[in-house]
Unconditional design. Structure first.
Length: 244
């Protein structure tokens, strides 16, 4: 009997605690009215609207634990066939900054734009967001030298100042497995060691913007750096070759 009463008491305490936590959470995320917003999401270069682009809005809420701003979802919507949108945003009480997160796909990188509540109130019906289109690029590596055997080659690239780790995913077709080894995402980039390092790297970079590709060759204790700069065209098979 005493065990039953004790279990019931503990259960009631746990329920009360859970309700208190949930109530605190709900109170901290109370809405403060709505704001009707409208605008357009368009391609930075062509100025054409991007259809069916999904957007997630996050309110930056200050955490009680570490006093840091943490994103909390405040709503989401998608653009229409012409890239335009109209949405009723439920404002979170006490939140002064909002993230507009544009979901990435094969054509556009995941992008976040922060806006203050003041800016949203200033032009709620004329919110314009531009996104940079991605373009395909293939980087081909061919080793013609027969000696020495122990070369080390590192490859990295950046597009519009964004390092490749933060760009689109890449794939490597490595044809040097027999006498060479490939190390993905090493400290200096992608690295091949050995003699048969002929490979192809397939990825995406920003279209119509400068992309810098860097190779570092370590041979006989010496380091050589080779840099190539290319502006990739959209909807085009952009290719860069490196032979050594």
């Amino acid at each position: 009997m005493r065990k039953t009463i004790l279990c019931r008491t503990l259960f009631i305490i746990l329920i009360a605690f859970a309700l208190q936590v949930l109530t605190g959470c709900f109170n901290s995320l109370r809405t403060a009215g709505t704001l009707k917003i409208a605008g357009k999401v368009f391609d930075e270069n062509t100025k054409k609207g991007i259809p069916l682009k999904h957007v997630i809005i996050q309110g930056l809420v200050r955490s009680r634990n570490n006093n840091k701003l943490e994103p909390v979802e405040a709503g989401q919507f998608s653009t229409d066939s012409s890239g335009c949108f109209s949405y009723s945003l439920k404002k979170i009480k006490g939140v002064k900054n909002y993230n507009f997160c544009f979901v990435g796909d094969s054509d556009y990188l995941f992008t976040t734009r922060e806006m203050t509540l003041f800016d949203l109130h200033s032009n709620p019906k004329f919110l314009w967001f531009s996104l940079s289109r991605l373009a395909d690029i293939t980087i081909q590596i061919m080793r013609n030298s027969k000696i020495p055997v122990g070369d080390t080659l590192s490859l990295s690239w950046e597009s519009d100042g964004v390092y490749f780790w933060f760009l689109s995913p890449y794939s490597v077709n490595n044809f040097g497995k027999t006498e060479g080894s490939f190390a993905p995402a090493s400290g200096m980039g992608l690295t091949w060691i050995g003699r048969n390092v002929n490979s192809t790297v397939i990825t995406k970079v920003f279209a119509d913007k400068k992309t810098k590709i860097s190779w570092e060759l370590y041979r006989n204790g010496k380091r050589q750096v080779f840099i190539d700069t290319i502006t990739c065209k959209r909807d085009f098979a952009n290719t860069v070759n490196f032979m050594y």
